[in-house]
Design a protein around this ligand. Structure first.
Ligand SMILES: [Zn+2]
Length: 164
């Protein structure tokens, strides 16, 4: 079910509790539906953003490819990305994500957030390795780089109650 996006900073600063298997058909599915409904302006979402303080995030893993295609086509950057909204494919859902490794190197980047106004500078690792449970409640360990890693770090910050 598509949910409303929370913009109350006090609610957004509540730390998420661990998710349980029963959350897959509830909160996790709602998060996927809500990200999909907002895919023209949003490439990642944490459960806090739909008002549930559970450790669940959804990530658009095709955002980077779309951004590159848009750049190549029109040099339009993020505006181009918005114009080539995702079709819901490539959405990765992670329950209880935890870092196992982070790249030593970091970089500064301007980020926006559907729950906040404007853009702010954040410091991000070039790659991160994460263990999580998937929609089948299977344990997975995966390394991510580039924009996908950036989205994951932004959303995992949300779970810790940290805003950009
Ligand atoms: Zn955000």
């Amino acid at each position: 079910m598509v949910k409303e996006i929370i913009r109350d900073v006090n609610l957004l600063q509540i730390k998420a509790e661990d998710a349980v298997k029963e959350d897959i058909d509830g909160v996790a599915q709602d998060l996927l539906d809500t990200l999909q409904a907002n895919s023209h302006r949003c490439i990642g979402m944490a459960a806090n953003m739909i008002g549930i303080a559970k450790a669940i995030i959804a990530v658009d893993t095709q955002a980077e490819a779309r951004a590159m295609a848009a750049n190549a086509a029109q040099g339009a950057g993020m505006a181009g990305l918005a114009a080539t909204a995702g079709n819901g494919e490539g959405l990765l859902l992670m329950l209880n994500p935890r870092y196992t490794k982070k790249s030593p190197r970091t970089y500064s980047v301007k980020e926006g957030c559907l729950s906040l106004s404007g853009e702010r500078v954040a410091e991000r690792h070039q790659w991160v390795e994460v263990i999580y449970r998937d929609m089948q409640w299977q344990k997975r360990k995966q390394r991510f780089a580039g924009l996908t890693a950036e989205i994951i770090q932004h959303e995992m910050d949300h779970l810790a109650g940290i805003l950009i």
